[in-house]
Design a protein around this ligand. Structure first.
Ligand code: HEM
Length: 409
């Protein structure tokens, strides 16, 4: 008679495997399974992914390596450590590009600023930077009819190229207006104009992608937060009444200068962007192996994801009340706005690739916020779920349901 039967041997294997995985998982934030790695944990929590990753990042001090299925080459370093963020976005900026995965997924963006790295990015950045500084650029929102935007690449291209053609026609008739495409068309670098239609198409779609959904996402979260914090709403209205001069018919002056006086409103917007950054995560890949300030080693082409959502919720930066909506945290004792370095307040990204539209965004956000709050009372419909979506832009998954009542103050 054999000393051990098949059943005993199988039980022993299962027991040893279980002990092995128990030991292996003692220090990992997400359970690692044979063959499929940590994927089940991620899948199981997809609907709640930002808060799930936030809790895991908190559990391991701000950085951990997600291990994907065997042979799938899917290891990802997740981080919300501001020192890592500063390292990737600024100190070692040249070593961290967008990576090939990003370029494949966002092919529709062509060679525009978002999808490019190195020299093509530098060219785009320098050109757009100079245009963003021109006052006339503030009229850029009138570029094209973007209602049918992005059904598919063909429709987008048709729309953009026809818009470009009509701007060129207007230019030839000497009737140009200072919108984005017309300003770009006239750009002369080193004595020559190298702006062809493909460049204009790529730039236009990149700016539409950059500036459309980010603003609408910010405003949705902002109105939800303000409507659910009546004390904040009252303070914003008080500030508008006190600081914005009235024009004829008691309408408030929404000029750039007037808007810059609204320090409390600015704090409320910063606070909404901290808690609900429209771009919830960024994705980078090192060109050469490196060691992050947290001590994590990253090989060439490792995928690194830094969570903007989590950086906004790091207790060490924002304090124990980091999950609360408190515009006051942005107001200094002297009544100004407290400056927080961009690798800590990361909603607009940090370093040389930080958002080019940051200033123009605050102008747009304030204009809409003041016009809405002065004229309407936004009342959030009770029991409607408010959950962040799982997408490149942080929408409210099922939309924000509200009742709007006219307000006269
Ligand atoms: C609240 C509104 C906005 C937020 C939170 C925001 C945030 C960001 C973030 C996180 C990035 C980095 C993206 C990446 O590298 O993958 C970025 C880049 C950029 N944003 Fe914005 N953005 C906003 C509005 C705008 C607007 C209105 C415009 C233009 C009209 C704009 C233009 C750009 C451009 C051109 C870049 C690319 C910069 C580069 O790669 O060098 N953004 N923005």
């Amino acid at each position: 008679m054999a000393l051990f039967g098949v059943v005993e041997i199988l039980l022993a294997i299962i027991l040893f495997t279980a002990i092995h995985y128990w030991k292996l998982n003692r220090n990992t934030p997400i359970t690692k399974w044979p063959v499929v790695g940590m994927l089940p944990g991620l899948f199981y929590n997809t609907s709640n992914i930002h808060d799930y990753l936030n809790s895991k990042l908190k559990q391991c001090g701000g950085t951990f390596t997600f291990e994907g299925p065997w042979l799938a080459n899917m290891n990802i370093v997740f981080t919300c450590d501001p020192m890592n963020v500063q390292h990737i976005t600024s100190t070692k900026f040249e070593n961290y590009g967008k990576g090939n995965d990003f370029r494949e997924i966002f092919e529709v963006l062509g060679d525009g600023i978002f999808r490019s790295d190195s020299d093509i990015w530098k060219y785009n950045r320098t050109l757009l930077h100079s245009i963003f500084r021109q006052e006339s650029f503030q009229k850029w929102l009138r570029v094209g009819e973007e209602k049918t935007f992005i059904e598919n690449q063909k429709i987008v291209d048709e729309m953009l190229y026809s818009e470009i053609k009509s701007k060129r026609d207007i230019k030839n008739q000497n009737q140009q207006k200072p919108d984005l495409l017309s300003t770009l068309m006239n750009e002369v670098r080193d004595g020559e104009n190298r702006i062809d239609d493909k460049f204009l198409r790529d730039t236009a779609i990149n700016l539409l992608a950059a500036g459309r959904d980010t603003i609408s996402s910010s405003l949705t979260w902002f109105f939800w937060l303000v409507a659910t914090h009546p004390f904040v709403e009252a303070k914003i209205l008080e500030e508008i009444k006190e600081k914005l001069a009235s024009k004829e018919d008691n309408k408030k002056d929404l000029g750039v200068e007037g808007l810059s006086k609204l320090v409390y409103l600015h704090g409320a917007l910063l606070e909404a962007l901290r808690l609900y950054p429209p771009v919830p995560f960024e994705h980078k890949s090192p060109l050469e192996h490196d060691v992050l300030p947290s001590g994590h080693k990253v090989k060439e082409n490792t995928m690194i994801v830094y969570s903007l959502y989590s950086v906004g919720r790091v207790e060490e930066i924002w304090g124990e009340d980091c999950l609360e909506f408190k515009p006051e945290r942005w107001i200094s004792k002297r009544g100004g706005t407290i400056h927080v370095p961009s690798y800590k307040f990361i909603a607009f990204n940090a370093g040389p690739r930080s958002c080019l539209g940051k200033d123009i965004s605050f102008i747009q956000l304030k204009m809409v916020a003041v016009a809405m709050l002065l004229n309407y009372h936004v009342h959030v419909v009770e029991d409607h779920p408010i959950i962040p979506s799982v997408s490149v832009v942080l929408y409210v998954k099922d939309g924000l349901k509200v009742n709007i009542k006219k307000r006269s103050i």
